[in-house]
Design a protein around this ligand. Structure first.
Ligand SMILES: [Zn+2]
Length: 83
């Protein structure tokens, strides 16, 4: 006797099922840091090629004397960007 997975509804219920919305969580381990003064974002995935920082550079690998290219805020005053 086969008792499988219960079929979800059998009439109009099917159309009202909520859409599956899986959020990829670990797909992008790169961090975005943001200037606490001017909100300039530093995206590890993009780096700052104009500043000589190649894409993929981790935040901790950026020199401690690095400052915000927009407003000069020191690195240690950047905060982790959380959407
Ligand atoms: Zn700034």
């Amino acid at each position: 006797m086969f008792v499988g997975i219960a079929a979800p509804g059998c009439r109009s219920d099917f159309a009202r099922m909520p859409p599956q919305n899986p959020l990829p969580r670990s797909e992008n381990p790169m961090t975005v840091m943001q200037c606490s003064a001017c909100f300039f974002p530093y995206d590890e995935a993009k780096g700052l090629p104009d500043e000589g920082i190649p894409p993929g550079t981790k935040w901790e690998d950026i020199p401690d004397d690095w400052v915000c290219p927009d407003c000069g805020t020191p690195k240690h005053l950047f905060i982790e960007y959380t959407p």
